[in-house]
Design a protein around this ligand. Structure first.
Ligand code: UD1
Length: 332
């Protein structure tokens, strides 16, 4: 049983992790400023896990004194830093917001901790940018193609420097494309703004009976001409975090791990599978490429497999089924 401070605990990934960690009897202190989420899941945790869940509404990028007080009194073994803005397009329009929000928050956390608190950071495959070297391993070249990507790279660098200078043990987990929902179907990917990513947009289409989805580009140099990604079931992603927590004691300063399946899936494959397993008929509408999109992006997950003892278990059909099932369960 660990004491875990979870930033971004109301968001899609942070709340799914929090739920699973609470089920496993860890003590969780959640933080969120609800800038891109609602208190829905926080209220649910307070009710269901009132003995081991605490929460404070806080903007990490500005409230360093409050954060310090919470860390001082809660004394977490580890901080899981999920909080962050993640829309690639928005990051290009509002770079200052992304630098302030994502990087200041990381800096403030690092300022508030010493070697008694470990850190696990939510990084992203976006740190590899547009690379022709596929699959991507942790030694692949780091390069950003967006401001969002820059903020993830900068945060990783800051964490590395703090781990070396202050003796903080840290793990940066580079997520590929997390989708679907926890298998208890109590949380689904919620968003306040219009979704940009493929799976939430498919769900939106299915929910609103829009009957069609735009496919950005059909002339990529891939098997079927559409972009390929490494979609990973969120249950597998959360398990990767729990394995990373166990690994921390064996780490000297910082390690980086890809969390992906290692299987490239095209946009067409994902839509066809979503339609088939959920008995839906969302039509495909080909449009121009989306600016800034990479052609292919998938993981070499072997470092996580060997060093964390973690491997993604769920296949694409299960991801598509669970993504839609969670929404339907919640709608009832
Ligand atoms: C991007 C970022 C990722 C970030 C994520 C969250 C990169 C390389 N990836 O993921 O780091 O965490 O956003 O915001 O910067 N697509 C369609 N139609 C749609 C939506 C998407 O065809 O309506 C296609 C895209 O062109 C792409 C694939 O679906 O080929 C996946 O897109 P998306 O779900 O947005 O994720 P990424 O762009 O991979």
């Amino acid at each position: 049983m660990k004491k875990i401070l979870v930033t971004g605990s109301a968001g899609y990934i942070g709340s799914t992790f929090t739920y699973e960690a609470l089920k496993r009897h860890h003590i969780i202190f959640g933080l969120d400023n609800f800038s891109n989420s609602t208190p829905k899941y926080i209220d649910f945790f307070k009710e269901k896990f009132h003995e081991n869940f605490y929460f404070s509404e806080l903007d990490l990028s500005i409230s360093k004194i409050d954060l310090k007080k919470i860390i001082f009194s809660f004394k977490p073994d580890v901080i899981l830093h999920f909080a962050g803005l993640k829309a690639v397009g928005e990051s290009e329009q509002k770079p200052d917001l992304y630098w302030k929000n994502n990087v200041n928050a990381t800096l403030n956390i690092l300022d508030c901790i010493d070697k008694n608190t470990d850190l696990i950071f939510s990084s992203s495959a976006t740190v590899y940018g547009n690379s022709s070297e596929q699959p991507l391993n942790e030694k692949s070249r780091i390069q950003a193609t967006s401001v969002y990507g820059e903020t993830k790279i900068a945060s990783e660098k800051l964490i590395k420097e703090a781990s070396l200078s202050k003796g903080i043990k840290a793990i940066s987990l580079r997520y590929f494309n997390p989708v679907a929902a926890h298998k208890d179907f109590v949380i689904s990917e919620d968003y306040l703004n219009k979704p940009n990513n493929l799976m939430p947009k498919l769900i939106e289409s299915a929910k609103k009976n829009l009957n069609s989805i735009d496919i950005y580009g059909k002339d990529y140099a891939t098997r079927d001409g559409t972009g390929e990604r490494d979609y990973i079931h969120i249950q597998d992603l959360v398990e990767g975090h729990l394995k990373a927590i166990e690994k921390l004691k064996a780490i000297e300063n910082i390690e980086f791990y890809n969390l992906g399946t290692g299987n490239p899936i095209s946009v067409l494959e994902l839509i066809d599978t979503f339609n088939r397993v959920n008995k839906l008929n969302i039509k495909k509408n080909f449009v121009a490429r989306r600016k800034g999109d990479v052609e292919v992006c998938y993981a070499d997950p072997s470092k996580a497999i060997h060093e964390l003892g973690w491997k993604a278990k769920y296949n694409l059909a299960e991801m598509c089924r669970d993504a839609w099932a969670a929404v339907n369960y919640e709608l009832k």
